[in-house]
Design a protein around this ligand. Structure first.
Ligand code: NAP
Length: 330
């Protein structure tokens, strides 16, 4: 497979916290759209579009599909065919922390689960190592020391180059970062849910990450498609909200929400952007955000989202107008 020789020219690469690693400002996640229920012709092209535009980072997890595990298998197949010879240009991440197999060892944050899960992920993708391995969510029952020392062990065994945490609130993130630092395996990155519609990270977490030199990669930056022009006129048949296995619930698309989206869409148009582009630019204006982790059900969506990089500055009046619209629904 021949990729564009210009692929690195239009992407911006940002340093991940205080690490040596640069990530593309836009990364691609494989939570939806890459499972066995999806069309290989489409997701294959989406992956090509990503790499042709300088997206070097692909984010997976043990349970992505459906069925769980199929996104890793499908990605692995293309990695060893279409992307053959490009492994060293790619940052591949996976995670464990949600239910993956039955019984007491297929969930949460024990050493037993994390080590086995990563071995399974590596087998599915036919890889010797991943670039980033995450603990997917905090575990209220397993000692944090056990979970963090397992991340350290995984790096020392050469099965991941870096480690990260996801969905950890500020205080727990701080403790986890400190434990990892003491073990000599610094926490590279945190992956929280963050968008115009989901702003809990602004209440302490971003400050912790900045202070500790840890990167931040917001997931669902388009609120699963709400922050695009997708739902302006109802729920399209092929949308995530309409799919039985989609995580976006139809009842999230209220009349009030649609009116709010329409106002944001009008503002985006004034900036010469689509709403998706404005929503991504709004996150990237903050230097603490390393990369936005988007999903895409087609190459065209990804091409649209990537154009956010052409205009990530906001003037004061635009920011005030956005805040006013966002405050209409709390
Ligand atoms: N750590 C965690 O706990 C966690 C949780 C969730 C996600 N993630 C990661 O974050 C990644 C992204 O999450 P996400 O898929 O929810 O992100 P998202 O970017 O908020 O939503 C992606 C969806 O929005 C729609 N879309 C995307 N670009 C569009 C555009 N330009 N115009 C119109 N519609 C557009 C598509 O919906 P349609 O499918 O309807 O076309 C697409 O599937 C995941 O793949 C995963 O890697 C992590």
């Amino acid at each position: 497979m021949k990729f564009s020789a210009e692929r690195y020219q239009n992407m911006q690469y940002r340093r991940c916290g205080k690490s040596g690693l640069l990530l593309p400002a836009v990364s691609l996640g494989l939570w939806h759209n890459f499972g066995d229920v999806d069309d290989v012709k489409i997701y294959r092209k989406t992956l090509h579009t990503a790499f042709n535009n300088g997206i070097t980072h692909f984010d997976l997890a043990n349970n992505y599909g459906p069925p769980p595990g199929s996104a890793e298998i499908n990605f692995g197949k293309l990695l060893h065919t279409d992307f053959k010879g490009h492994r060293d240009e790619l940052i591949i991440s996976t995670k464990a922390g949600y239910t993956m197999w039955p019984g007491p060892y297929g969930d949460w944050g024990s050493r037993k689960y994390l080590v086995s899960s990563l071995d399974q992920s590596l087998q599915r993708m036919k890889l010797d190592y991943v670039d980033i391995f995450y603990h997917h969510r905090p575990d209220p029952s397993t000692p944090l020391e056990e979970t963090m020392s397992t991340l350290d062990l995984i790096v020392r065994r050469g099965k991941a180059l870096y480690v990260g945490i996801s969905n950890y609130p500020a205080a727990e993130a701080k403790k986890a970062i400190s434990l990892l630092k003491k073990m000599g395996t610094p926490c590279l990155i945190h992956q929280p849910k963050y968008s115009m519609f989901e702003r809990w990270v602004e209440d302490g977490l971003l400050d912790v990450l900045e202070k500790e030199g840890v990167g931040c990669i917001p997931f669902s930056p388009l609120a699963q498609g709400l922050l695009t022009n997708k739902y302006l006129k109802g729920i399209p048949r092929n949308s995530r909200a309409a799919k039985a296995h989609g995580f976006l619930q139809k009842d999230a698309i209220t009349q009030e929400r649609v009116q709010q989206i329409q106002k944001l869409d009008a503002l985006a148009k004034q900036r010469g952007q689509t709403l998706a582009q404005m929503a991504l630019a709004w996150l990237l204006k903050d230097k603490r955000v390393t990369s936005v982790l988007v999903g895409a059900s087609s190459p065209a969506q990804l091409e649209d989202s990537l154009k956010c990089l052409r205009h990530i500055e906001f003037d004061k009046a635009e920011l005030i107008a956005i805040e006013k619209i966002l405050k209409e629904i709390v």
